[in-house]
Write a protein of this length. Sequence first.
Length: 155
Amino acid sequence: MAGPHRQGARLRRGLENVSRSLSHVCSLVGLKFRAICPEAYGPSNEEGIEWSDKAADVKGADAIYTDVWASMGQEDELAERIEIFRSYQVNENLMAKTGKPALFMHCLPAHRGQEVTDSVIESDYSVVFQQAANRLPVEKAILVTFVENSYENRR
Protein backbone atom coordinates (compact mmCIF):
# COMPACT_ATOMS: atom_id res chain seq x y z
CA MET A 1 0.00 0.00 0.00
CA ALA A 2 3.01 2.30 0.21
CA GLY A 3 3.47 5.10 -2.26
CA PRO A 4 2.00 8.43 -3.18
CA HIS A 5 -1.73 8.90 -3.38
CA ARG A 6 -2.53 5.76 -1.37
CA GLN A 7 -5.18 5.96 1.28
CA GLY A 8 -6.69 3.85 3.98
CA ALA A 9 -10.01 4.04 5.75
CA ARG A 10 -10.48 2.82 9.29
CA LEU A 11 -13.95 1.90 10.44
CA ARG A 12 -13.48 2.45 14.10
CA ARG A 13 -15.26 2.18 17.38
CA GLY A 14 -14.11 5.55 18.63
CA LEU A 15 -11.02 7.24 19.96
CA GLU A 16 -8.62 4.41 20.49
CA ASN A 17 -4.95 3.66 20.08
CA VAL A 18 -4.98 1.83 16.73
CA SER A 19 -6.67 4.69 14.89
CA ARG A 20 -4.42 7.29 16.46
CA SER A 21 -1.32 5.25 15.64
CA LEU A 22 -2.45 4.60 12.07
CA SER A 23 -3.21 8.26 11.53
CA HIS A 24 0.21 9.25 12.84
CA VAL A 25 2.15 6.66 10.84
CA CYS A 26 0.22 7.46 7.66
CA SER A 27 1.09 11.15 8.03
CA LEU A 28 4.78 10.27 8.48
CA VAL A 29 4.95 8.22 5.27
CA GLY A 30 2.66 10.36 3.11
CA LEU A 31 -0.46 8.20 3.13
CA LYS A 32 -3.94 9.65 3.41
CA PHE A 33 -5.91 8.38 6.42
CA ARG A 34 -9.64 8.67 7.05
CA ALA A 35 -11.41 7.40 10.16
CA ILE A 36 -15.05 6.41 9.75
CA CYS A 37 -17.27 6.05 12.80
CA PRO A 38 -20.49 7.32 14.38
CA GLU A 39 -20.32 11.01 15.22
CA ALA A 40 -20.38 10.43 18.98
CA TYR A 41 -17.23 8.30 18.60
CA GLY A 42 -15.31 10.65 16.30
CA PRO A 43 -11.98 12.29 17.04
CA SER A 44 -11.78 15.74 18.54
CA ASN A 45 -11.04 18.69 16.26
CA GLU A 46 -7.70 19.09 18.03
CA GLU A 47 -6.55 15.70 16.78
CA GLY A 48 -6.64 16.85 13.17
CA ILE A 49 -7.76 13.45 11.91
CA GLU A 50 -9.83 13.39 8.74
CA TRP A 51 -13.01 11.51 9.53
CA SER A 52 -16.58 10.85 8.47
CA ASP A 53 -19.65 9.34 10.05
CA LYS A 54 -20.77 7.81 6.73
CA ALA A 55 -19.62 4.24 6.11
CA ALA A 56 -19.93 4.83 2.36
CA ASP A 57 -17.01 7.30 2.60
CA VAL A 58 -14.64 4.38 2.05
CA LYS A 59 -14.66 5.36 -1.65
CA GLY A 60 -11.12 5.40 -2.99
CA ALA A 61 -9.57 3.56 -0.03
CA ASP A 62 -6.77 1.12 -0.77
CA ALA A 63 -7.33 -0.64 2.55
CA ILE A 64 -10.15 -0.99 5.06
CA TYR A 65 -9.09 -1.62 8.65
CA THR A 66 -11.51 -2.37 11.47
CA ASP A 67 -11.49 -3.69 15.02
CA VAL A 68 -13.92 -5.17 17.54
CA TRP A 69 -16.80 -2.94 18.57
CA ALA A 70 -16.34 -3.52 22.29
CA SER A 71 -12.92 -4.13 23.80
CA MET A 72 -12.07 -5.95 27.00
CA GLY A 73 -13.79 -4.21 29.86
CA GLN A 74 -16.59 -2.95 27.61
CA GLU A 75 -18.52 -6.22 27.35
CA ASP A 76 -21.49 -4.72 29.19
CA GLU A 77 -21.82 -2.18 26.32
CA LEU A 78 -21.79 -4.78 23.54
CA ALA A 79 -25.55 -4.91 22.83
CA GLU A 80 -25.70 -1.11 22.61
CA ARG A 81 -22.59 -0.93 20.44
CA ILE A 82 -23.92 -3.56 18.05
CA GLU A 83 -26.90 -1.29 17.36
CA ILE A 84 -24.72 1.82 17.04
CA PHE A 85 -22.10 0.24 14.76
CA ARG A 86 -24.28 -2.15 12.71
CA SER A 87 -24.12 0.06 9.59
CA TYR A 88 -20.30 0.11 9.86
CA GLN A 89 -19.91 -3.65 9.46
CA VAL A 90 -17.27 -4.54 6.89
CA ASN A 91 -19.03 -6.74 4.37
CA GLU A 92 -18.75 -7.30 0.62
CA ASN A 93 -21.12 -4.41 -0.10
CA LEU A 94 -18.98 -1.99 1.90
CA MET A 95 -15.75 -3.27 0.32
CA ALA A 96 -17.29 -2.69 -3.12
CA LYS A 97 -17.92 0.95 -2.18
CA THR A 98 -14.17 1.58 -2.32
CA GLY A 99 -14.58 1.47 -6.10
CA LYS A 100 -11.45 -0.62 -6.56
CA PRO A 101 -9.69 -3.67 -5.16
CA ALA A 102 -8.90 -2.90 -1.52
CA LEU A 103 -7.22 -4.85 1.26
CA PHE A 104 -9.09 -5.83 4.40
CA MET A 105 -7.21 -5.50 7.71
CA HIS A 106 -8.07 -6.35 11.31
CA CYS A 107 -5.79 -6.63 14.33
CA LEU A 108 -7.63 -9.75 15.59
CA PRO A 109 -9.35 -11.39 17.28
CA ALA A 110 -12.36 -10.68 15.11
CA HIS A 111 -15.97 -11.18 16.04
CA ARG A 112 -17.34 -12.59 12.83
CA GLY A 113 -20.84 -11.45 12.08
CA GLN A 114 -20.32 -8.24 14.06
CA GLU A 115 -17.61 -5.92 12.72
CA VAL A 116 -16.78 -8.17 9.76
CA THR A 117 -18.49 -10.94 7.80
CA ASP A 118 -16.99 -14.39 7.22
CA SER A 119 -16.88 -13.77 3.47
CA VAL A 120 -14.65 -10.69 3.89
CA ILE A 121 -12.25 -12.04 6.53
CA GLU A 122 -11.79 -15.27 4.53
CA SER A 123 -11.45 -13.49 1.17
CA ASP A 124 -8.37 -13.24 -1.03
CA TYR A 125 -8.13 -9.52 -0.25
CA SER A 126 -8.01 -10.10 3.52
CA VAL A 127 -4.51 -9.77 4.97
CA VAL A 128 -5.46 -10.29 8.63
CA PHE A 129 -3.47 -13.50 9.04
CA GLN A 130 -0.40 -11.93 7.38
CA GLN A 131 -0.78 -9.02 9.82
CA ALA A 132 -0.80 -11.44 12.74
CA ALA A 133 2.25 -13.30 11.44
CA ASN A 134 4.13 -10.03 10.91
CA ARG A 135 3.57 -8.96 14.52
CA LEU A 136 5.53 -11.88 15.99
CA PRO A 137 9.02 -10.88 14.79
CA VAL A 138 8.38 -7.27 15.79
CA GLU A 139 7.26 -8.36 19.25
CA LYS A 140 10.33 -10.59 19.57
CA ALA A 141 12.63 -7.72 18.53
CA ILE A 142 11.06 -5.45 21.14
CA LEU A 143 11.55 -8.08 23.86
CA VAL A 144 15.18 -8.69 22.83
CA THR A 145 15.85 -4.94 22.92
CA PHE A 146 14.39 -4.60 26.41
CA VAL A 147 16.28 -7.63 27.72
CA GLU A 148 19.57 -6.45 26.20
CA ASN A 149 19.10 -2.91 27.55
CA SER A 150 18.15 -4.27 30.96
CA TYR A 151 21.26 -6.48 31.02
CA GLU A 152 23.56 -3.63 29.93
CA ASN A 153 22.12 -1.30 32.56
CA ARG A 154 22.98 -3.80 35.35
CA ARG A 155 26.69 -3.90 34.50
